[in-house]
Each structure stands twice: as C-alpha cells, then as structure tokens.
Write a protein that binds this ligand. Structure first.
Ligand SMILES: Cc1ncc(COP(=O)(O)O)c(C=O)c1O
Length: 428
C-alpha cells in the first residue's frame, strides 16, 4: 500500500452543530441567500435561535443540507490514504455530485486537494466565476470552437482524439498562449480516449506543436469496484503506453488512473495523482456497500409534512388510483416529487423517516407530491420534518439503500437531486 494509513477506523466527526456558520458565498445571488435563511427550518434540535429563525423562513418545500465538515474530513482521509507524494484531484463535476460544486471545491482545496476536475466548460466557468483559481481539468467533451473560452478561463483540457491536436494548437496559437492538456487513453473503457496504438504517435507529434503543453496522461477504469482482473489488464495496458510515451521524450508531469474504487482496491494504480469523486462525498463506489469506515456521508435531504388525513378503508390515493387504503389509514402528503429528484417509475424510494421511524411511500410519485402511510406513527403532525435521505434519530436512509431500491448506484441518487431544493451548507 502506498502512502500513509487513513485516520483511525470508525473515526467520526462530531455530530452536526445546528448553529453552524453558513458559508458566506461570494457573488451570492438573492436566491442563495434566501435559501440559506431556510436552513434553520429543518434544524432538528429545537432552540430559541431556530424558533426565531423559522419566523423568517422562505418555506422551501424541501432542502438539501451539505455538511462541509464531512467533505473536509473525507478530503483529509483520502489524502492520508494516497500519501503526501501523490496529488489529489477532487472530482466536482455535476455540481459536485449534487452537493454543490463551488462549496465542495473550496472545501476540498482548503484541505489540500491540488486540483479539480469537472465534466465540461460550463461547470468550470461556474467555479472560476466563484473565484476559484486552482487548476481545473475538463474530463469530457470540449468542442474546438469553445477552446478560446477554455484558454481564457485558464483550464486544462483532455485530449481524447488525435485529430483534435491541430485545432487545439491553432486555438492556442491564435491567443498567443499554451494550452495545457492531459492525454486521455482508452485502456478498455470503450469511451472517450485515444486507442492504445495512437498514444505514442500523438505524444511524438505534440513535440512539434509548440502551443500545446503536455501536462498529463491518464486513463479511466471500467470496473475498479468489482473486476480486479480487468482493472489489472487496463493498468498493464496503460503502463505500456506510458512507457512508450516517455520513450518519445515526453516529460509527463501527471500520470493518473485511480478513481475512488481503484483508490480503495488497486493501490498500484495510483501514480502521482488520484482522481477522487465519490469518496469525497463519503460514499462507497461499490454498489450496495456501506460507506467505507472512517468516511462521512455529507448530504441530507429533508422535507416536511404538508397535510395529514385519515382515510377510510378502500380509499384511492394519488394518480391512477394506484393505491387503495387497506384499512383506516393516516396518510401524510409531502411536497416533493419527481421534479425534485424522486422517481416516478415503479422503482422509487420505498420509505422515508418521520419522527425517527420508517414510513412507506404509497401511491404514485407526482411531480411535487408523494404520499406516505403514517398510521403507525400516531404523533406525526403537520410540519414535521421528514428525511428522504440521511439520518433522523437513530435511523438512516443512505444513498446506498436508495440505490438498491432504484436498482442503480449511489452516484445517480445524489447527482440527480434536482437543483430545485436549496442547498444549505454547514461549515465547522
Ligand atoms: C474520468 C473520471 N475520473 C474520475 C472520476 C471519479 O470517479 P469516482 O467518483 O468513482 O471517484 C470520474 C467519475 O465518473 C471520471 O469520469
């Protein structure tokens, strides 16, 4: 194993401080500030401050709370694992997997992440707009016509197709600058990237293109979570093309392959840079697996009971009358639905937490309403906090559990929470 040991197993960061300071955002829009004011509305510990704050609530129907102390802790955990001689690239694409790109990026950088990765130009531009000056690698597609903007934003781009080299050179030359690139190698994923035989030839060619600076060479694993043999094969292929590229005299500053799963399972794939996404958020890349010990999930999604009604046996509930009460039932109506990130498809959230107890969803998910059966929770009341994802009392609905209900992976659960729910940030 490379590097140092992670922090002590089972180490937990302290419970949430409900009066945590909220990060003052640069360029905060009125929407953001009003979103921040709603924070105390969901604070589960009653307090005079929460009570007075709730008087000025904006009344958002649901709210995503992101504990940046967990992000900070997870960043330190990853850094301890990879060791001081390996750079950390925090993967904050897709709004930091739904957690908030700017806030996660700033937190990870403050804890020693060396650079950031996003998918596309718009995501990178938003980070620059927020005043983030760290190196940013675009992992995915960039059309040649967008290169001038990438150059002006000081981004590093992936060179994933040899045919793009000339347009990269032309764009950089026109602006009288050099474009830093990381060459992306397809070692078996079958997606964006140069085929293996193309790599050495491209590296040779780059030496004749003075406005392109070869800063990195990387690949991405297809099955680092569950297929060590295929991962090892990809790694061997990548090592071969790396040797060839170096044989062309190309000094390559950063060589990288490991994502979160490889970081956990294939320490030999961590060259001098690790690209970590899911671990930053405290989640496990292996489907169905609990968070790695020592990591802290950062995200909680909450709503409230909008209405309660007691319905007689046989009453239809929701669109299509898909559910009929089996006896006299108390149904709670919650103001969230598929436009907020729940799914309408037959596979959807199965349960939520009310007063620390599980309540099943009944009937169909509407655009912004769901119905739950709270007959077994007699003290449930209008305006009670309901947890859709995260802890309440002694129970937790984790992203992994939800992923199991949806037959997907926890990545999709958090990354598809709609921007509609204000993100509120807890800072230590
Ligand atoms: C090229 C690349 N590297 C790294 C990552 C981060 O992966 P993970 O979240 O599993 O760490 C991703 C995410 O999809 C990716 O596309």
């Amino acid at each position: 194993m490379r590097g140092n040991q992670p922090p002590a197993q089972g180490e937990r960061i302290p419970p949430l401080l409900y009066f945590a300071c909220l990060i003052p955002l640069k360029n905060a829009s009125p929407l953001r500030w009003s979103a921040m004011r709603t924070y105390h509305e969901f604070a589960p510990i009653p307090s005079p401050l929460a009570a007075s704050a709730s008087a000025s609530m904006s009344g958002a129907p649901s709210q995503v709370t992101v504990d940046l102390r967990a992000i900070a802790h997870n960043t330190r955990w990853i850094k301890a694992r990879i060791g001081a001689d390996v750079a950390l690239m925090a993967v904050v694409k897709a709004n930091a997997y739904g957690h908030g790109g700017e806030q996660v990026a700033q937190t990870a950088l403050a804890q020693g992440a060396d650079m950031l990765a996003v998918a596309n130009l718009e995501e990178a531009a938003a980070l620059r707009q927020a005043g983030i000056n760290a190196p940013i690698l675009l992992l995915s597609y960039i059309p040649p016509r967008a290169l001038p903007r990438a150059l002006k934003l000081g981004l590093t781009v992936s060179l994933y197709d040899a045919r793009l080299a000339d347009s990269y050179q032309a764009a950089a030359q026109k602006l009288g600058t050099r474009l830093p690139v990381h060459v992306k190698v397809d070692s078996g994923m079958g997606r964006l990237g140069l085929t293996l035989p193309e790599v050495a030839a491209l590296c040779r060619r780059l030496r004749a293109l003075p406005n392109i600076r070869l800063d990195g060479l990387y690949t991405h694993f297809a099955s680092a979570d569950d297929d060590p043999d295929f991962t090892a094969l990809q790694l061997r292929r990548f090592q071969r093309v790396l040797a060839d590229a170096r044989g062309q005299g190309a000094p390559i500053k950063f060589v990288h392959a490991a994502n979160s799963a490889a970081l956990l399972n294939s320490p030999g794939s961590v060259f001098n840079l690790a690209r970590a996404g899911l671990l930053l958020y405290g989640l496990n890349p292996a489907p169905g697996a609990a968070s790695p010990r020592g990591l802290q999930p950062a995200l909680t999604w909450r709503t409230r009971i909008a209405q309660l009604k007691t319905l007689p046996p046989g009453s239809p509930v929701g669109y299509g009358k898909a559910y009929h009460t089996r006896g006299t039932e108390t149904i709670a109506i919650l103001p969230v639905g598929y436009a907020d990130g729940l799914r309408r498809s037959p596979l959807t959230w199965r349960q939520v937490l009310v007063r620390g107890r599980r309540a099943p969803l009944v009937g169909r998910v509407s655009m912004e309403k769901i119905t739950i059966d709270v007959s077994h929770i007699p003290d449930a009341a209008v305006d009670d906090e309901v947890v859709l994802l995260g802890w309440q009392g002694a129970d937790v609905i984790s992203a992994q559990e939800i992923a199991g209900w949806l037959d997907t992976i926890s990545y999709e659960v958090v990354a598809t929470l709609a921007p509609r729910a204000p993100r509120l940030y807890i800072n230590g």
